[in-house]
Write a protein that binds this ligand. Structure first.
Ligand code: TZP
Ligand code: MG
Length: 202
């Protein structure tokens, strides 16, 4: 999926589809569509519309939270959080080859990671206004402990900013998952390509 994973935000200045396109243009390896309020049918239509462009660019398109939407839209992947159901039961409903990610907030959760998970999002690394109900920040040390405890790629999430690439790589992250650093940047494509360049030169 590459080191830069961009998550869309319906509250950000650009429409969600445009956020996804700009992230792809900037070199994101993965784009997650995250919208807690969109009706399932609209969510499915949005993902289905974006899928050909994302596939053509080699971008992994991931649906947040909703199993039915992931299944019915043909998305490349599904990402769930700790409260979204039993991962093993959900995995059983997904087609083979669909990428399956899980949010991890503590070392204990990392140590109990089900073996059906392809990658994790670990965080929040820092407190962030993007997810007001987030768990306690884990910091870079917590991130390093979690990354070392799991056998799958670990994406750092939460309060990740330009300039963090080297510290995240040192902590053992496979990449960074960002919302505001890209979706609220004046030029989201440029912000994405800057994060990618920074990661690759860190
Ligand atoms: N999960 C943990 S923190 C977070 C999510 C979805 C939000 C991250 O947003 P930002 O703007 O990159 O801090
Ligand atoms: Mg969730």
């Amino acid at each position: 999926m590459g080191p830069v994973y961009v998550i869309t935000d319906p509250m950000a200045p650009y429409p969600v589809a445009e956020q996804a396109r700009l992230a792809a243009r900037g070199g994101a390896g993965a784009v997650q569509i995250r919208d807690k309020t969109l009706h399932d049918d609209d969510f499915i239509a949005l993902v289905a519309m974006l899928l050909p462009e994302m596939t053509a660019r080699g971008v992994t398109l991931i649906v947040n939270d909703r199993v039915e939407v992931a299944l019915r839209s043909g998305a490349h992947g599904l990402h769930i959080g700790q409260g979204d159901g039993d991962p093993t039961d959900i995995r059983a409903r997904l087609p083979q080859g669909m990428i399956f990610g899980l949010s991890i907030e503590t070392l204990e959760q990392a140590q109990r990671l089900p073996d059906c998970i392809d990658y994790i999002g670990a965080g929040p690394v820092r407190a962030t206004a993007t997810k007001p109900d987030h768990a306690a920040p884990i910091g870079f040390d917590g991130l390093a402990q979690i990354a070392a405890a799991v056998p799958v790629p670990c994406y750092a999430i939460g309060g990740i900013k330009p300039g963090d690439g080297a510290a995240l790589r040192r902590a053992g992250a496979a990449g960074m998952a960002v919302v505001s650093a890209v979706t609220r940047a004046p030029d989201p494509a440029m912000a994405t390509s800057n994060l990618l360049r920074e990661w690759n030169t860190a």
